[in-house]
Write a protein that binds this ligand. Structure first.
Ligand SMILES: [Zn+2]
Length: 332
């Protein structure tokens, strides 16, 4: 890796392609000057407790310093600085945020695609993330009445959700935790994760979860996936043929057939376990958390933390996203 070349590539991006005003879709600019920012410098050193008077001052900083990573934090009563670090200031608010990373699906990813190694991603396993986005987004809108929700590609193997409705801004840690609890379908991590007792989930949310998961898990399902799940060869063939016949459209009829097959081999919960959202709840409840700045560059991949269009989110493939680094190395 050539450091000065990397620096030039970042400078070129922040000078010519980055539009600081896009940030206003994610954060409220009226409190811009008292918001915390954090960065990884060219030396690799991480620093935070930084604030800027205006969005343009932030852009000037990015062009001048070319940080390899840029992050946004909470809003305080005064501008954070080295002299006035955040722990000396009064916390005023932070958007409600969600972090979903494909790493948290490593134990179940092998059932949906042929990726080998944690570094690999394909359109098939990325659907695990897309199902989570779809379910959480719909639930926040319908069950919580939130409307200003933005989803971003993290630049590597995950996504971030930002909710900037004013009612979310000053939610405390416990209130954020209770939203996470509402959205929790599986308890535990990795192979030990289990579907919660259904009575713990609100009826509407449970029905939506099941429908969303069955709909999208069947979309590109292969015969071998169904057989591995425990379905008989003939049941698996029937589903795949019906799907082909319907040109990939998953309708109620197909979902009913799948449900019946799953019930007969006692694998209903297994499908939910594989596909249910795996939200990093620590990120949501940490009020002082720094999260990657929208439209900034991910320092490892050179990819942009871009805003996702939910209408076509199921076609988004992280591997197809261009890198601004010309000498990017493929991770193992
Ligand atoms: Zn994959």
């Amino acid at each position: 890796m050539n450091i000065s070349k990397r620096r030039n590539e970042l400078q070129d991006y922040y000078s010519n392609a980055f539009d600081v005003n896009v940030l206003s879709q994610v954060i409220d600019f009226s409190s811009f000057s008292t918001r915390e920012f954090g960065f990884t410098g060219q030396s690799g050193k991480f620093f935070r407790n930084i604030s800027f008077e205006t969005p343009n001052a932030l852009q000037d900083f990015l062009i001048d310093r070319c940080p390899t990573n840029a992050y946004i934090g909470a809003v305080y009563d005064n501008p954070p600085s080295r002299e006035q670090p955040i722990h000396t200031l009064e916390w005023k608010g932070h958007e409600l945020v969600f972090d979903i990373d494909l790493n948290d699906y490593d134990a179940v990813r092998k059932h949906v695609c042929d990726c080998t190694g944690a570094g690999q991603v394909c359109l098939r396993c990325w659907q695990l993330i897309n199902v989570s986005i779809s379910l959480i987004d719909e639930t926040l809108r319908r069950d919580f009445g939130m409307t200003e929700i933005i989803w971003l590609f993290s630049g590597r193997r995950g996504v971030h959700g930002w909710v900037r409705d004013s009612i979310t801004f000053d939610l405390d840690r416990d209130q954020r935790q209770s939203i996470i609890d509402y959205l929790t379908v599986i308890k535990g991590e990795d192979e030990k994760a289990r579907v919660q007792d259904r009575k713990q989930l609100k009826y509407e949310f449970r029905k939506r979860t099941e429908l969303t998961i069955f709909k999208y898990s069947l979309k590109d399902v292969r015969r071998k996936d169904l057989v591995n799940l425990g379905l008989s060869g003939s049941a698996a063939t029937k589903i795949v043929n019906q799907l082909k016949h319907q040109e990939g459209k998953v309708d109620d009829n197909l979902i009913r057939r799948f449900n019946k097959n799953l019930a007969s081999v006692n694998k209903y919960d297994e499908v939910l376990r594989r596909w249910a959202p795996r939200i990093d709840h620590k990120v949501t409840i940490d009020l002082r958390r720094l999260l990657r700045m929208p439209m900034s560059i991910h320092g490892k991949t050179g990819r942009i933390a871009q805003i996702l269009d939910l209408d076509i989110v199921f076609e988004f493939n992280p591997e197809d996203q261009p890198s601004i680094f010309s000498d990017i190395q493929i991770e193992e």
